[in-house]
Design a binder for this molecule. Structure first.
Ligand SMILES: [Zn+2]
Length: 76
């Protein structure tokens, strides 16, 4: 991967930059400019959140689709 500093990425209007140096958890990944967080750390946090809240998320999803279905039935 090509090294791109935060400033260079900002100049190009990119959302991520890459230093080639490992993050505090040892990932050599791109980092988000907005959060200054490594992409791998971020996706691991997302996975962890999903695992912890699996039931809650699936209930919310079901509710969402149920409402969506109900809305469709009204309009059609
Ligand atoms: Zn990381």
């Amino acid at each position: 991967m090509e090294i791109i500093t935060k400033q260079q990425a900002l100049d190009k209007g990119l959302k991520r930059f890459f230093t080639g140096e490992p993050c505090h958890r040892g990932h050599i990944s791109e980092r988000f400019i907005a959060m200054d967080k490594c992409v791998t750390c971020n996706s691991e946090i997302g996975k962890l959140y999903y695992q912890k809240n699996k039931e809650k998320i699936s209930i919310q999803r079901k509710k969402y689709y149920k409402e969506l279905k109900a809305k469709k039935q009204i309009t059609s």
